[in-house]
Ligand binder design. Sequence first.
Ligand SMILES: CC(C)(COP(=O)(O)OP(=O)(O)OC[C@H]1O[C@@H](n2cnc3c(N)ncnc32)[C@H](O)[C@@H]1OP(=O)(O)O)[C@@H](O)C(=O)NCCC(=O)NCCS
Length: 195
Amino acid sequence: MRTKSLILEPINLIYSKDLFELWSDYDVIKYTYAPQIKTQKECDERIKMFIDKYTDWDCPNNFAVLLDCKAIGIAGFPVINKERFEFGFYYHFIKRCWGKGYASEVARALMEYIYKNYNEAIIYADAVVINPASIKVLTKLGFEQTKLDENGFNKNGLELDLIHFKFEKSKNKGSDVLSSSGFAGQPTSSNNALA
Ligand SMILES: CC(C)(COP(=O)(O)OP(=O)(O)OC[C@H]1O[C@@H](n2cnc3c(N)ncnc32)[C@H](O)[C@@H]1OP(=O)(O)O)[C@@H](O)C(=O)NCCC(=O)NCCS
């Protein structure tokens, strides 16, 4: 899948070296439930877990985000309940690539991809209240805030208020997300935002 400046490829062990920079950085994982990895082997294991445990083989749903052939992040929509078309939604980028609009670009492309494949999809995402960039990405796409969960995020003793978001196509008829830009094509091969 291509966006204006990036390529999304199903997550694969060949991106392990690049993704080590992502998951070994505390600033990247601190508001997510991802553990901070210390070794390349742990990085391999984490990628294998995405492939073995979280991949939907009917429709690739976990991607490495590539810039100039190098993975600068991951994004995807883990299956929550396939029969009810319920999915999570996440995006993580390496720190030196923050603030360039990449998360917005990728999130928009993913939304279009999801609705091309699952017309009825209901998408859930979470963001801690002190992660304004993530909240902005979701809000711009038309996600609605469904609940403020006091101390809903709890990781290694860090407790933060958590906002739950939801997107349903039927409730976002005015949104331009599903009709425009960002997305140009099908995947090249073949449980919420805090994953
Ligand atoms: C959250 C994250 C994905 C955002 O990625 P990004 O590529 O920097 O996001 P964008 O550049 O698309 O910015 C999104 C919006 O947030 C705004 N923004 C960015 N940082 C901000 C900050 N510290 N405070 C307020 N707004 C901010 C941007 O200006 C932009 O708004 P705009 O479209 O109106 O200009 C990135 O910081 C990241 O990977 N963080 C670690 C992992 C993570 O927390 N993932 C989300 C889990 S819920």
